[in-house]
Write a protein that binds this ligand. Structure first.
Ligand code: ADP
Ligand code: MG
Length: 317
């Protein structure tokens, strides 16, 4: 099988249901129909073997993670994912590996109605770059720079599971079922595309939590030229993290990466409407703090004491 046979068999064969793909894989470039009133949102992410995943991971999981981390960036803009390009560098033509990888791609893309519209295939150390395209109503993309003093800060889910999974992967203190829950968050994160209808219309600023809550919230603060105060006792820590790593749990929730939940800010005047909309949707949201005009990241402890986040010893994994 040569390069073209490989592309045909493992990538061009992946089906999709999108009528806005005028032409996908097989020509010099893809051609796409952007509906009137929509804007294109584009992002790219590279996963390097040994850095973002280990080559011992199943190919299915590597593909899933590559798609999900890209979809998460589109979700964080308040957009819906549509099309994807895949540039893959592989050390050898391993049909069984490629078949599992292709299956992982196909299932992850089908979950969000994404079409694979092209890419590039080369030989070398394993590395995967996905470029993803999404659509958003014109002028409605949610940026990092829109947070305002007084905004309430939310996260979309419990934190710390992926980082705990990484720490506990070779540990014998955790049973197999619980470990699988944690490592599943690491290998197969669920990007919060389900939040899209509630972000647009409500959120002033949003980001996906890939590097850890404190680091990613700091990006919102820097871009918006504001600061933030987090309520330590309201940070939603995943229960298994609390159970198995009680001493590190808060730090993992604040600094552990790879959770792919969303962090966003909402005007206090929209609080009740937002809570009602979220309640009706069946989704969860967790208020964790407030945006302030004073720059920097602070944390209010259970006793009401306010400390700079840095002094709590938070570090980034
Ligand atoms: P070119 O030489 O014009 O760059 P290629 O031989 O690299 O074309 O690719 C042929 C076609 O296959 C193109 O449409 C390209 O987008 C697509 N393609 C190549 N590799 C991949 C891949 N890994 N996944 C999806 N499509 C791919
Ligand atoms: Mg090419």
């Amino acid at each position: 099988m040569n390069e073209f046979g490989l592309i045909d068999r493992f990538f061009a064969s992946i089906p999709h249901q999108r009528e806005d793909v005028i032409f996908g894989i097989g020509d010099d470039a893809a051609c796409l129909q952007i509906p009137n009133g929509k804007q294109l949102v584009v992002s790219t992410d590279t996963l390097v073997s040994g850095v973002h995943f280990l080559d011992t991971w199943p190919a299915y999981d590597i593909a899933t993670k590559a798609v999900m981390s890209n979809v998460s960036d589109i979700a964080a803009m308040g957009a819906l994912p549509c099309w994807m390009l895949l540039s893959i560098t592989i050390p050898e033509l391993d049909e069984s590996w490629l078949s599992d990888f292709s299956k992982g791609l196909q299932e992850a893309m089908a979950e969000f109605n994404i079409a694979l519209i092209g890419g590039d295939t080369t030989r070398g150390p394993l590395c995967i770059t996905i470029t993803i395209h999404g659509l958003v109503d014109s002028g409605k993309a949610i940026l990092r720079n829109g947070a305002k003093a007084g905004d309430l800060i939310y996260v979309s889910g419990m934190l710390g599971a992926a980082a705990a999974g990484l720490l506990l992967i070779n540990s014998d203190v955790i049973n197999k079922t619980d470990l699988a829950v944690l490592t599943n968050k690491l290998h197969r994160p669920t990007p919060r595309v389900d939040y899209q209808p509630y972000l647009s219309g409500y959120a002033h600023a949003a980001i996906d939590i890939s590097d850890g809550l404190s680091a990613d919230l700091a990006h919102i603060c820097k871009a918006s030229q504001v600061g933030a105060c987090l309520y330590i006792d309201q940070i939603p820590i995943h229960p298994l993290v609390q159970q198995y790593l009680p001493n590190e749990a808060l730090q993992l929730a604040l600094s552990g990466g790879d959770d792919y939940e969303l962090c966003f800010t909402i005007s206090p005047t929209l609080r009740n409407d937002f809570h009602e909309a979220i309640l009706h949707s069946g989704l969860m949201c967790y208020p964790i703090g407030v945006i302030e005009s004073e720059l920097g990241l602070r944390a209010q402890t259970t006793t009401g004491e306010i400390l700079p986040c840095a002094s709590l010893g938070f570090r980034h994994f």
